[in-house]
Design a protein around this ligand. Sequence first.
Ligand code: ZN
Length: 210
Amino acid sequence: MSLTLITGPMGSQKSTYLICALDKASALTGARIMFLRHCDDPKTANQGRSISTNGKITFEFPQSVTMCFSRSVSAALTQSQTNPTHLFIDEIHFFDEEPTVHAILFAFKMGVAVFASGLKYDCYGAFFQTTLSVDSLASVRIATTGQCCISGCTSPSQHSALRDTKLTLAPTGKEVGGLEKYAPMCVEHFYGHLKENGIAAWPKPPPRVM
Ligand SMILES: [Zn+2]
């Protein structure tokens, strides 16, 4: 039983890392692999057997991999006929905190090796609760960084800022999107961006409707 957790901001190759681990595992004899993604993840819209990360790399899932699109990690584990040896969860911050923690503990009991990737911080700089709690179960933690999107900045990105700042001023709900909606920024530029736009940073502004 083990959990490898890959966290980082938008565009920092988290999913690429996850796919590399999946590719390695799929070469193991007797491995039964499940790849899980949340229904609300925009990448789920195209439920094919290939994915592109950051619009660059396209990965073709081997036929042996069970693709699963669900709101619940435990439902994916129990309803599938796969009985996986390896479970890969993409964008784990989409899943609800408590049931996800219990589902991963259940996977441990079943002897499943779990790999998950996800955002660590939301667009206000606050922790995603699911990622934080799942981190407490991890035996291996990988932090990815990309490049700050501010021209001329050489610092690594650590945060994902909403490009449309008006969205952050009103409780509009969870803004689901990729790099077209979120800009990867270093710590300095991210907090500067919040300040310039009058956006309250961590702790969170009024609760958003999920
Ligand atoms: Zn920067």
